[in-house]
Design a protein around this ligand. Structure first.
Ligand SMILES: NC(=O)c1ccc[n+]([C@@H]2O[C@H](COP(=O)([O-])OP(=O)(O)OC[C@H]3O[C@@H](n4cnc5c(N)ncnc54)[C@H](OP(=O)(O)O)[C@@H]3O)[C@@H](O)[C@H]2O)c1
Length: 352
């Protein structure tokens, strides 16, 4: 699917399947993009708003692919100066041009800035120009006054966000519909109707959703790094060698993904969990341990340290969870760095 393309109205070929990097943390974007390009993707979708254009550019350069082998989309949020915003996006991406430049949202003024977009296309700064989240009316208003019509309308589109009238309006105007959130952001992916189709064709539910077309001609999907769930704490840690994922509502399970390998599900005190995990697992497997157990562990470690001092011996080296003075200092440094970062508009601050 990654090598199929769709022809835009101006003749530019756009790869059908793209990797979207919304919610991919800036510092992991380069690796995600490099991995995706290595796996065969040739289309990356970002936006100034996603704050990870630098990572997209870095991943592209690390991939060793030629610039013209990869289709790069970015988006302009229509509240700044479009010339300055495009220059800044190109600078962050480290590119001379983008393949597709989109107005991210119509924000009640669907024709605003379009003349600048036409100019960007004329100057070769964007091979194609388009819009996103436009309704049928907004699209018609824009096309009514545009010299160059938008090549693409990127909209939410999946079996549960199926906007037939909008798709028909786009088709009538030769605007390619590009579907975003085709996997419904991971929610409801196991719907029984999708499962029934998947079972019938021997495919996964995600594969079925990616094939759902019904008028949409481009697909963007994402494995969103650091994506949370409503009302459920989810911790995800991504490092050089792999990732860990844990959900509070499911405390017995830890997803472990070594980089470039399939996900592994580790169960509490199960095979592969290791002696350190076994030592702190007292409740039989299948019963949640959770928060109170964490405190119990802290008290147990503290008791061991007190007993060791009383008996003039070294404490059990595994009894290490009790924070000491240095941990306290580290904690204060962390809070100071978080405050500094917050004051500097979420800029990365190293802990000195
Ligand atoms: N123009 C716009 O306004 C706009 C708005 C939204 C999105 N977009 C674009 O569209 C892209 C994709 O949309 P999206 O990120 O909203 O949602 P999506 O692609 O529908 O869903 C992503 C979610 O699906 C999960 N997922 C991926 N593969 C799966 C599988 N095989 N089985 C089960 N779950 C799976 C991912 O989980 P994991 O993270 O655990 O892998 C992630 O949470 C974005 O990255 C962005 O580029 C554009």
């Amino acid at each position: 699917m990654t090598d199929q393309t769709v022809r835009l109205a101006n003749g530019v070929e756009m790869p059908l399947l793209g990797l979207g990097v919304w919610q991919v943390a800036p510092r992991t974007t380069a690796r995600v993009v490099e991995w995706a390009l290595g796996a065969g993707y040739r289309h990356i979708d970002t936006a100034a708003l996603y704050r990870n254009e630098e990572g997209v550019g870095a991943g592209l350069r690390a991939s060793g692919l030629r610039r013209d082998e990869v289709f790069v989309t970015t988006k302009f949020m229509p509240r700044g100066d479009p010339d300055r915003e495009l220059a800044a996006s190109l600078d962050r991406l480290g590119l001379d041009y983008v393949d597709l430049y989109l107005i991210h949202w119509p924000t009640g003024a669907p024709t605003r800035f379009w003349d600048r977009f036409e100019e960007f296309a004329a100057q070769g700064l964007a091979r194609a120009i388009g819009v996103s989240n436009y309704s049928a009316d907004e699209l018609r208003t824009l096309i009514g006054s545009a010299g160059v019509p938008p090549a693409v309308n990127q909209i939410e589109f999946n079996p549960f966000a199926y906007r037939r009238k909008l798709v028909e309006a786009c088709r009538a105007e030769q605007v390619v519909v590009q579907a975003y959130s085709p996997l419904m952001q991971g929610h409801g992916i196991d719907d029984r109707r999708i499962t029934a189709v998947a079972e019938k064709y021997g495919r996964s539910n995600a594969q079925v959703l990616l094939r759902f077309e019904s008028g949409a001609r481009g697909i963007l999907w994402a494995s969103q790094v650091a994506h949370g769930h409503e009302n459920a704490l989810k911790l995800r840690v991504y490092g050089e060698k792999g990732g860990l994922e844990w959900t509070q509502a499911d405390p017995n399970y830890l997803w472990y993904t070594p980089f470039g390998e399939p996900k592994q599900l580790l169960t509490r005190a199960g095979a592969g969990a290791g002696p350190a995990a076994a030592r702190v697992s007292r409740v039989p497997s299948g019963h949640p341990e959770g928060y109170l157990e964490g405190f119990a562990q802290l008290y147990a470690d503290l008791a061991e340290q007190i007993a060791a001092r009383r008996d003039r011996r070294s404490p059990d080296p595994a009894a290490t969870l009790v924070p000491g003075v240095e941990d306290g200092v580290e904690g204060v440094r962390f809070i100071e760095a978080a405050l500094e970062s917050s004051r500097a508009d979420a800029k990365w601050v190293s802990i000195s």
